[in-house]
Design a protein around this ligand. Structure first.
Ligand SMILES: Cc1cc2nc3c(=O)[nH]c(=O)nc-3n(C[C@H](O)[C@H](O)[C@H](O)COP(=O)(O)OP(=O)(O)OC[C@H]3O[C@@H](n4cnc5c(N)ncnc54)[C@H](O)[C@@H]3O)c2cc1C
Length: 399
């Protein structure tokens, strides 16, 4: 299997790289390099720049805005985006509900929703997990009972990422409580402005607000907002979750992080040699770099194999990419913590005159500890790493 890019693919890579460098507003790029949170406006701005270029949804069918690129070009595009670094598109629309709608939705749903996803006119969130139904998703309890041409939805979703910005939520709901658990679920598109929808924030360990609880109290949802057949929602969810893990290795993100780590570790330290000259640190850095190279090779093997794979069927190797990709991303945050050392948790003394001491340490250090804490999530969402190991055991090792 040849894992090298052809001259045409290299030319394509250069074109994509040049576009990303020139089109991405510098303030957004700086935020990503420094590990600061992006605002909704940053993400919308970037998505609209991509849409104007015709690159908002490259993997979609051409009639709905796709580019027709083969899997290698799709990979190069994502990798370059991550390395720039540029914001990843809002995955709930572009990688999750969009493909479900163009694969299983009605013509009316496609016309209504797909162009608005590509331009990020509608912000989507994902309503799958519930308290007690995460890894065991099929046990979900949110109910939808049919009344004429509406469903009446009651229940609770949790960990709903960025629901505070959302116009729409795609939900798994139970439409047949007496069927086997996988067979009584439907896939509904719910307008977040519907009466009876409440969003409550969950504060995360880094002090951020990116996840929420979403409550449904007698919410009326038109039947035309169901995707596909009633009680077949589990099939659409499996299709979606397979897509969720595509690109989850985020090799480009880790490459960019490691570049940043090298740069910061080379800085002068008061009374000490730069960290990059300390053998123990170099050893750890090299170990992560080697792991990342191996991950990249695995990713390229999956991409090369994709040319032959049946379209729409996720490769179980994506579980390996998820596990290694998340471990490496977390390892990069550990290296950054080592670089900032005591500045990781700047102590701000509350003084009697109400004036706070400025944070100790350089400005770039301030985001390192929050990122370290925040990135613990990567081994949980998208199917926890333990669940991925179960998938590998069954689908790859045949246990
Ligand atoms: C930051 C973040 C954002 C998220 N965003 C969303 C979102 O937008 N929408 C959404 O629907 N969900 C979202 N999730 C939820 C996510 O999908 C779940 O957290 C995940 O599936 C795990 O479910 P759980 O939290 O209920 O943990 P549990 O399923 O209760 O698992 C607890 C622990 O037990 C382990 N475990 C469970 N079952 C097994 C098993 N069979 N074998 C071995 N180990 C097992 C798990 O690996 C984990 O370590 C998000 C989660 C996080 C952390």
């Amino acid at each position: 299997m040849d894992l090298r890019f052809t001259p045409e693919e290299i030319a394509f890579r250069d074109e994509v790289r040049a576009f990303f460098r020139s089109a991405l507003p510098e303030r957004i790029r700086a935020k990503l390099i420094e590990g600061r949170h992006l605002s909704k406006d940053d993400i919308v701005t970037w998505q609209r720049i991509l849409n104007a270029k015709g690159w908002a949804v490259p993997h979609w069918p051409v009639e709905w805005g796709g580019t027709g690129w083969d899997p290698v070009r799709q990979y190069i595009f994502l990798d370059e985006m991550q390395q720039t670094p540029a914001p990843s598109p809002l995955q709930f629309g572009v990688y999750m509900v969009g493909p479900v709608i163009y694969t299983f939705g009605t013509e009316e749903q496609k016309r209504r929703f797909l162009p608005r996803i590509a331009n990020l006119d509608d912000w989507w969130c994902q309503g799958f997990s519930e308290p007690g139904s995460g890894s065991d998703l099929a046990s979900l309890k949110t109910s939808a009972r049919r009344e004429g041409d509406h469903y009446i939805v009651n229940g609770q979703k949790t960990w709903t990422t960025l629901a505070q910005h959302a116009d729409w939520i795609f939900c798994l709901v139970r439409t047949n409580p007496s069927a086997k658990k996988q067979e009584g679920i439907s896939f509904l598109l719910i307008d977040m402005r519907s009466p009876g929808v409440t969003v409550r924030p969950i504060q995360t360990i880094d002090g951020g607000r990116e996840v929420n609880e979403v409550f449904f109290d007698e919410v009326r949802v038109p039947v035309e907002n169901r995707v596909g057949e009633e009680n077949k929602g589990w099939d659409y969810a499996k299709f979606l979750l397979g897509n969720e893990r595509v690109g989850i290795a985020r090799v480009g993100v880790s490459k960019e992080r490691l570049r940043r780590i090298r740069e910061l570790a080379a800085m002068e330290r008061e009374g000490d040699v730069p960290l990059i000259e300390v053998p123990r640190f170099r050893e750890k850095l090299a170990a992560v770099e080697v792991e990342l190279k191996a991950l990249e090779m695995t990713q390229l093997r999956v991409v090369a194999a994709e040319r032959r794979r049946e379209k729409g069927r996720p490769d179980p190797a994506s579980s390996i990419l998820k596990i290694k990709g998340s471990e490496i991303q977390q390892a990069t945050t550990e290296l950054l913590m080592e670089i900032v050392g005591p500045y990781a948790l700047p102590y701000q003394e509350e003084r009697e005159d109400g004036w706070n001491e400025p944070p100790i340490g350089p400005e770039w250090a301030a985001s390192v500890a929050p990122t370290y804490f925040n990135w613990r999530k990567i081994s949980i969402y998208g199917g926890s790493n333990e669940i991925q190991k179960n998938i590998i055991a069954k689908a790859i090792l045949g246990l």
